[in-house]
Design a protein around this ligand. Structure first.
Ligand code: ADP
Length: 424
């Protein structure tokens, strides 16, 4: 049995039990009335007749109204039937105390259907009291039992509201838990990919350092002796080695991205000027932004603590992506703002935007929609790694064909860094 059908079954079971209690309660009061009128056959006949009619109304007619017209109508019918039966029995039996027990008893079953419950309860009580007083009943009985009935109604009403509120809270918490679970799964995926990336980066980094140094030395040597070189080797100095060094620089860049994504570099958190980093990021990304109109809105920021080079890297990655997604003449907007204990950075563009599928895979390492050689799919994985390591969040909103906005929220002082920054 699935969890939801288990819940359905237990709710149904409870509802049936509640209905049984309602019936048994009604019969107990009826039994008290029979006891009171034992031997008075005319009264007993009246009681039996009203019990049969009421049983039919409750068991058949109200069920029918419920199915045809809904719960609100059925509740009005139930209340009318109870009130009329009460009045008939009262007139017929001269308002015995046992009959008044029905008043608070009925109030226990108002279940707040459709928001009319208070009006229904008041109408019921007023009707019964007026009929009783007109029928010569001792006013003490309607007065005291109406007070008891009002209390019973308020308790039932508040209890129903309490249960509803609790139910809403449970549902909200369930939703939040579900979201947290999804986030945890995503983190887990990213962290195992991060460990793998760290291993790969480490393995590539060592051979790459001597390849870089050897090829650079060879290039410098050949450049120095370029004049005396035979024709085929000349080509190495002018084309092959510069291109090789370019490739090497690119591989080194990817390796350092991978290392940063996987565990962050060894930079120590310090107090820094985030707007300075934003301006530096704009300068670095300038090559990718030349074709668009760049707007900046750097707000007044208080003290910010963190790894400044990494934050600059976050902004460079977001700006480069924005520039690459934006057609000539489009706009890229960079803003920073302080929001209480947080700093909000936004990189907004009027570029190609993203489909929901792309958005759902955005932070996965190696996910790219760019052609070979243009994208590594590491930019946003690095952004995500750095921002979460700072205790922040990255959010994205995007419309295909209209543009994209990346929002980064950073705590002005990441909780775990407080001790470091204040020198403790
Ligand atoms: P890369 O840029 O190397 O592809 P990223 O991780 O930086 O890797 O980005 C992953 C993908 O997210 C990109 O290939 C692109 O499809 C999409 N993307 C990122 N930023 C934007 C943007 N501002 N507008 C549209 N698409 C974007």
């Amino acid at each position: 049995m699935s969890p939801s059908s288990e819940v359905d079954a237990s709710t149904e079971h409870l509802r049936r039990e509640l209905n049984d209690i309602r019936k048994v309660g009604g019969f107990i009061i009826l039994a008290v009335l029979f006891w009171e009128f034992r031997g008075q056959w005319q009264m007993v006949r009246l009681l039996v007749a009203t019990a049969v009619v009421l049983g039919f109304i409750h068991g058949v007619f109200i069920e029918w109204v419920w199915r045809r017209r809904g719960a609100v109508w059925a509740e009005w019918m139930r209340m009318t039937a109870n009130a009329v039966t009460f009045a008939v029995l009262g007139w017929g039996t001269k308002w015995p105390v046992a009959l008044w027990l029905y008043l608070p008893f009925n109030m226990l079953w108002f279940d707040g259907v459709g928001g009319w419950e208070r009006l229904r309860a008041i109408a019921y009580l007023v009707f019964v009291d007026v009929v009783a007083l007109l029928g010569g009943c001792d006013p003490f009985l309607p007065l005291s039992f109406t007070a008891l009935a009002a209390i019973a109604f308020l308790v039932a009403d508040k209890r129903t509201n309490l249960h509803r509120t609790m139910m809403r809270q449970v549902l909200q918490q369930r939703e939040q838990l579900q979201k947290a679970h999804e986030r945890a799964l995503e983190q887990e995926k990213l962290s195992s990919l991060g460990m793998m990336a760290a291993g790969v980066a480490h393995e590539i980094n060592n051979p790459m350092s001597f390849v870089t140094s050897n090829v650079s030395s060879l290039y410098k040597e050949l450049q120095r002796h370029q004049q005396g070189l035979p024709e085929p080797l000349q080509e190495y100095v002018t084309e092959v080695l510069p291109e090789t060094l370019d490739g090497i620089r690119r591989v080194n860049g990817i390796v350092s991205d991978l290392r940063r994504f996987s565990r962050g570099d060894a930079e120590i958190p310090t107090e820094y000027d985030l707007n300075d980093e934003a301006r530096a990021a704009l300068r670095i990304a300038h090559g990718q932004l030349g074709h668009c109109k760049v707007e900046t809105d750097l707000g007044e920021l208080g003290r910010v603590v963190g790894r400044s080079r990494q934050i600059a890297q976050v902004l460079v990655n977001l700006l480069v992506n924005a520039g690459q997604a934006t057609a000539p003449g489009g706009k890229v907007h960079l803003s920073t703002r302080q929001e209480g204990e947080w700093v909000r950075m936004e990189v907004r563009d009027t570029g190609s935007g993203m489909s929901p599928e792309v958005q759902s895979r955005l932070f996965q390492p190696f996910f790219t929609t760019k052609p070979m050689g243009m994208g590594t799919g590491l930019g946003l994985a690095v952004v995500h790694g750095i921002v979460t390591a700072h205790g922040g969040q990255v959010m994205v909103s995007s419309q295909p064909g209209e543009g994209t906005c990346f929002t980064v929220l950073l705590p002005r002082e990441p909780p775990t860094e407080k001790a470091v920054s204040s020198g403790h």
